[in-house]
Write a protein that binds this ligand. Sequence first.
Ligand code: UD1
Length: 361
Amino acid sequence: MRMVSVVGARPQFVKLAPVATAFERKGLDHLIIHTGQHYDFLLSQVFFSQLGIPEPAVHLGVGSGTHGQQTGAMLAAVENDLVSRRPDCVVVYGDTNTTLAGALAAAKLHIPVAHVEAGLRSFNRRMPEEHNRVVTDHLADILLAPTEVALENLRREGLGARGVLVGDVMADVLYQVRDQLPVHASPVPPRLAGGEYLVATIHRAENTDERDRLASVVRALAGLPFPVLLLAHPRLVRRAAEHGVELCVGAIEPLEPLPFVETIATVAGSRGVVTDSGGLQKEAFLLGVPCTTLRCETEWVETLEGGWNVLAGDLTGLPALVLREPPLPHSRTPYGEGRAAEAVAEVIMARLSGLPATPVP
Ligand code: UD1
């Protein structure tokens, strides 16, 4: 059975890592197409080396652009590649423009599509990720849902028969890395080693693209009462420069994006996370670190229970929210027990062989 994974943006490399291992364990012929949506070393290559992901069979080098330009270029390039490879299944991950291009190219060639992280919804139709998720789910044949809530979303859209609950593959990676965290993995300066710092990431279009919003977000972070290590995504850096918004102000200490292990070590040692990233909300939750999300909604609603994550899209009262009492410890595992990637491989193999795939408990 030949599987082709289409990936291109940072969070997809994290999701791909355990799935590639699971495919290898099952003896599947698995190739990786890298669209080149992300191309900086710190957003791409470092994840392949650190997480032991096999080298892509092809790198399409599409790069940045407007949504239409980028998605269109990826669609044409992925289609061209798939025509010659003729896989039994194309696997796409998450909700980026790469996900949509990979799913659409495969569907038009009548190649079965499996979507890892299916069924997530923010119900905010202004988010590019929401367009990508909804369209990808409706195109795909095998919908691998990370949570009960995601599976329920699929049912509501009439997609329940194609959906299976497998757990969250990002949790698989998080557990592995957390349990083997090297002692000095965190690049946090020694003066902050006591954990009296916050970790922040901002990269969503809704927070970066309009000048006033970006300036308000930066002002809010700058006014926090602890040093804020801002792991600055290139989109943030570029937009800040375009809008004339200074990032190195007040409590903010900008850093380059970190590789995965260093990110987890930095978050694990922190007092709290302030972010608009989906992955980081879950990682904070699973590491037992309070998270404050600078959005009005989240796809990962399980993190909100017990106050581990709070939404602060309007930025009001951010210092008090960030410094709230740490919630009571929890042992909930809404994202699975770390075997989601294995389930992904099993479900895909079963479905391609025409067998009913049983949900994974
Ligand atoms: C993309 C995804 C988003 C995901 C994020 C993770 C879409 C619509 N968005 O957003 O869902 O959470 O990846 O990081 O697919 N840039 C570089 N170097 C790179 C890549 C990008 O400098 O290697 C800069 C360019 O200025 C580019 C901008 O970042 O225009 C945005 O990149 P893009 O791929 O369009 O989206 P992200 O913001 O990274």
